[in-house]
Design a protein around this ligand. Structure first.
Ligand code: PLP
Length: 362
């Protein structure tokens, strides 16, 4: 057996070069005479690895100096609650723009910690579009505005950062971070679970403007949950997910060697065009319901004209070395996740398979 093209939504494929290097270094990392998993996070070797990963990430995303970068344990789901815990008190309000399942979950998980107001909910479209404009919808006294730049399940992406005025913008970048350039200075806080575009699960990246965490509004939260305390301790208040941090560092190096985010974005555009092109030119055999302007470059849900063929499509694609194409149950059909680590070659193998399948069953 050999490695196949893996279209998993998350945990997702990692760059093969990165996995090879990790394998190479598995027993002995650098001068450590031990694995990176087996050494203290307080030792010089790991501390400099951590600092280098942060430097590389800052360079890739051009993170302004007045932002803290945190490498934390947990998942994005945890931060649905942790964000309001850190940015406001339960009596304050926050605005939520909901364009899919993850945005909904951010609202429900945030609600115990803030008066979460849904100012836009695209549910009436079946979560197939982003709002035209937010003019007149936002509350100028909200603590923050939360949105999901890429809805992983519905395949809906904002291709422009929403204009929200002075209120800090918070973005759940779990499934789109590092896939394109982004102007970090437009945000109060960016967060992303690692397992889609950064590394293994268990690590969450938080990029937060310093003034937002300088004076935490609550003193009654556990220190490990406090962005301010974590920032003051370089994310090492307790043991960080060291192996995930190491692997994230290798992915950042891989991104730099691959031409950075400009090159990655071009590659991602080419991949998305190939796949949407195949769907749109299938004479209705395949269908993607998302408005063209909001189609995700990372997650491409599609249905077959006859859902009776779903099982066959999945078994044949998997036999052809194209893995994990089953759609999320909330949407049905198929979903191809084509994050940074998926090469164009993998997408073309998928579109060849799809065209052939449509010919045989159309
Ligand atoms: C995967 C995902 C999550 C959930 O991440 P966990 O690490 O499982 O908590 C949240 N938001 C988005 C946009 C995601 O893609």
């Amino acid at each position: 057996m050999s490695r196949a093209f893996n279209f998993s939504a998350g945990p997702a494929a990692l760059p093969e070069e990165v996995l090879r290097q990790a394998r190479e270094e598995c027993l002995e990392w650098g001068e450590a005479r031990a694995s990176v998993m087996e050494i203290s996070h307080r030792g010089n070797a790991f501390v400099s690895l951590a600092a280098e990963a942060e430097r590389d990430l800052r360079e890739l995303l051009r993170v302004p100096p007045n932002y803290k970068v945190l490498f934390l344990q947990g998942g994005a789901t945890q931060h649905f609650a942790q964000i309001p815990m850190n940015l406001c008190t339960p009596n304050e309000t926050a605005d939520y723009i909901v364009t899919g399942a993850w945005g909904q979950k951010a609202v429900s998980e945030g609600t115990p910690y803030v008066d979460a107001r849904v100012v836009v909910d695209m549910q009436a479209t079946g979560y197939t579009d982003v709002p035209d404009s937010l003019v007149g919808l936002l509350n100028p006294s909200a603590s923050y505005v939360h949105y999901t730049p890429n809805e992983t399940i519905h395949g809906v992406e904002f291709h422009d950062v929403p204009v929200v005025g002075e209120v800090p913008l918070v973005g759940d970048f779990s499934s789109t971070i590092l896939s394109r350039e982004v102007d970090v200075s437009k945000f109060g806080l960016i967060y992303a679970g690692a397992q889609k575009n950064i590394g293994p699960s268990g690590l969450v990246l938080v990029i937060v403007r310093e003034d937002l965490v300088a004076h935490p509004p609550r003193s009654n939260i556990a220190k490990v949950l406090s962005y301010s305390a974590q920032a003051a301790n370089d994310s090492m208040l307790n043991t960080p997910p060291t192996f995930a941090w190491y692997l994230a560092g290798l992915v950042f190096k891989w991104l730099k060697h691959s031409g950075g985010l400009v090159a990655m974005e071009q590659r991602n555009i080419a991949k998305a065009q190939a796949l949407y092109g195949c769907i749109d030119h299938s004479a209705g055999f395949f269908r993607n319901p998302v408005a063209v302007r909001a189609r995700s470059r990372m997650n491409v849900p599609f249905t077959l004209h006859d859902s009776q063929l779903d099982g066959l499509f999945l078994s044949e694609s998997s036999a052809a070395g194209l893995l994990a194409l089953k759609g999320h149950k909330a949407v049905g059909g198929m979903r191809a996740s084509i994050y940074n680590a998926m090469p164009l070659e993998g997408v073309l193998a998928l579109t060849d398979f799809m065209s052939d399948f449509a010919r045989r069953h159309g």
